[in-house]
Write a protein that binds this ligand. Sequence first.
Ligand code: GLY
Ligand code: MN
Ligand code: MN
Length: 430
Amino acid sequence: MKYDRIDSNLYTANRKKFTERMTANTLAVFNSNDIFPISADSTMPFQQHRDILYLSGVDQEESILVLFPNASNPAHREVLFLKETSDLIAVWEGEKLTKETAFLTSGIKTVYWLQQFPTIFKQLMAEAHGMYLNTNEHLRANTEVETREDRFIKQVKQDYPAHQVHKSAPIMHKIRSIKEAVELELMQRACKITEAGVRRLLAFIKPGVWEYEIEAELAHEFLRNRSKGFAYTPIVASGKNACVLHYIENNQQCQDGDVILLDVGAEYANYSSDLTRCLPVNGRFTARQKAVYNAVLHVKNEAQKLLVPGTIMAEYHKQVGSLMEEQLIGLGLISMEDIKSQNPDWPAYKKYFMHGTSHFLGLDTHDVGIWHEPISAGMVFTCEPGIYIPEEGLGIRLEDDLVVQASGAPFNLMGDIPIEAEAIEDLMNA
Ligand code: GLY
Ligand code: MN
Ligand code: MN
């Protein structure tokens, strides 16, 4: 791990949040992710399942966490099962968690090797009436690949058909959405690393630079700051490429007079930052580019004021739609006539602003959270309006990460990253 060890009190507190929401006499199981294969003996870099990570801090494959608050044996109220390590295994595979370091990481005293799981789990299930299973209920999840968790669920339902099944996902979505102070510090650190990357670019971007050269500068800055790298596939999109919302090729040369859209964020300790900035390739926006830029900035500034306790996100998205409508009329992109004759299911403004404004942010970039409940303090959201005009070869999106406060305006984790058009021009020409 490149990141500094996180105080295990975070994970103890997180487990408490989960267990106090469990029904009596039930247990919950959380599996790590697999190391996904490529072909031959190549594998993808490991990415831990965010739920076992949130509840234990264990950032290692082939790990299982069992929570059973009513277990008759106090040692079995929380148990970790880990891939066995030894001095010999360490020589071949590198450092893995020992029982001692697993305790230091997670605060969990009972740690067994994975081969003991079937025997111990059988004992626990004989005592439990029901089990919490952890299915992926993210609204945008693509569930084609069978995960280790999926395989476990299939097997356990077959082996224990008489046990009641409960869902972990609603609990996880609720508790993960409200961040602890320690988590906010980690997210702030991720945002600071992103800031360092952006500042590096302000002096680097010039006409003729290639999009992948910009990506490389960011990767360098992120890694030298103890980040694993990008929190999500970076979008480095110059000119008309910015109008392709998920443009990730990053293989074009940046032309004098174009604007480049950067949707890039560092991760730190598996927490995401998620930023978008738009920079003029030659250091100066044209009048039209600046007008569109300022329209987006206005919508963002007004929208983020609405990220206060009690806001319902569906209502918020409608309000942002109205803010955007006004700006698009001002820019001559839509007319009152377009609005009068619009389809209520696809309002006129969606021609130029076709995505959502905000999403939960945390261990996942599109983090889990309960979308239909009013938002509350400690939640972190992006705010990322945009205007995309393919006929002008111009796409502008601006995105910051905001923490909802108990009262007043949200706290901007990216408040130090330049966003005013003039500030960006000044820094690019310094
Ligand atoms: N970078 C992904 C997003 O902004 O949602
Ligand atoms: Mn983004
Ligand atoms: Mn985002």
